[in-house]
Design a protein around this ligand. Structure first.
Ligand code: ZN
Length: 365
């Protein structure tokens, strides 16, 4: 079962802290480690650290050694990305800030990185190889091969780290800055989501109309631009608002609806307004798994990123326009056929050992 971050901090590191508090970081020892108010995530906000603890305290799986390596990869790639801020010439950091107009603080706070010039993925995997069981070794070796295929020859590429509902890294999307070349590292079945769980290190008023909702976009830049707008709007108002609960699915074909379902009861999908109407597919596919609400941006061939950027420096107009779009969202209930199938599956005896009684099956239904 998942545990709370404050419990893990106490049990494993002997650090006492409550949700919403700032305590000593178990990794770098600065007093910059903040526990999210819902106790699902703890994160160090020291610029040279950025390490985090998730609320996952359950059984270790055969995927765990890979996930531990990916945490280290994220840390190294993220530090490398932030170091590019002081370098001249075009690079992944400049691409984010200047070309895509992402707020620098959003870059710091997000699970973004860059493939460093000199980096040995092999060393990390080699160190993890000792004391592993057969099954773990197979998964580790496959993951290493897949990751090498993504990192070989891609120094300088931007990386988006995807996490599951417990903030464990389950995938990385690589993108060559200024171009649309993509590589995708996906070692497990689940795809995870990009950018969920962003929070600021101390107590804030959240924008009330965005409480209790989660906005799901298709591309990562929609999510990053949305959080950038939130910060710019807050700065213009002189308020210190917390981030919006939002994430990106990454693409229609790999959208992790199971993860969305775990994170939000009634997610709001902001789908791309493609001329080909391909964008609405993100909503249609969701309906096999969950009921959703959805909206799109008004102009043809636009997405949330271009919608927000259309307002240039007029952040308060962009903010008001966004609130209006969210308020006018439509309902897309889960498809009856999908519900019926799930009920049918639950009703079947799972095997000869299925000891459930009729009333227990009815309860599950
Ligand atoms: Zn730290």
């Amino acid at each position: 079962m998942p545990k709370n971050v404050s419990l893990i901090l106490g049990d494993k590191y002997g650090i006492i802290g409550r949700p919403g508090q700032k305590v000593e970081c178990p990794f770098c020892r600065h007093k910059t480690f903040s526990i999210k108010r819902d106790d699902t995530l703890g994160k160090c906000f020291h610029p040279s650290c950025g390490r985090y603890i998730t609320a996952w305290g359950g059984e270790l799986s055969s995927a765990s050694p890979v996930q531990e390596i990916l945490q280290q990869v994220f840390h190294d790639f993220h530090v490398a990305l932030l170091a590019q801020a002081d370098q001249t010439g075009s690079n992944a950091y400049r691409y984010l800030i200047e070309e895509r107009k992402i707020h620098p603080q959003v870059v710091v706070d997000s699970m973004l990185g860059v493939v460093p010039g000199e980096y040995s993925v092999g060393d990390l995997f080699e160190a993890a190889r000792t004391d592993l069981k057969e099954k773990e070794l197979v998964i580790l070796t496959q993951a290493e091969e897949k990751l090498r295929r993504c990192t070989d020859g891609s120094a300088g590429w931007l990386c988006f780290f995807y996490t599951d509902a417990y903030h464990r890294i389950v995938g990385i999307r690589f993108r060559k800055p200024y171009e649309k070349q993509i590589r995708y590292f996906k070692p497990f079945d689940q795809a995870g989501l990009f950018g969920h769980g962003l929070f600021k290190p101390h107590k804030h008023d959240a924008e009330s109309s965005f409480n209790d909702i989660m906005i799901v976009t298709e591309g990562e830049f929609n999510q990053l631009q949305l959080q950038s707008l939130l910060l710019r709007h807050s700065e213009a108002k002189g308020k210190d608002l917390d981030y919006i609960n939002a994430c990106a699915a990454g693409g229609i074909h790999n959208a992790d609806y199971d993860c969305i379902r775990k994170l939000a009861r009634q997610p709001i999908i902001c789908y791309d307004n493609d001329a080909s109407e391909a964008g609405i597919e993100l909503v249609e596919r969701a309906r096999n798994v969950i009921s959703v609400e959805a909206f799109t941006t008004p102009r043809a061939d636009s997405d949330l990123d271009s919608f927000i950027r259309y307002f240039n420096e007029d952040h308060s107009s962009a903010w008001e326009a966004l609130k209006k779009l969210v308020a006018e969202r439509q309902s897309y209930p889960r498809l009856y056929e999908a519900v019926a199938q799930e009920v049918f599956r639950v009703r079947q005896r799972h095997s000869n050992n299925d000891q459930r009684r009729e009333h227990e099956i009815n309860k599950e239904v």
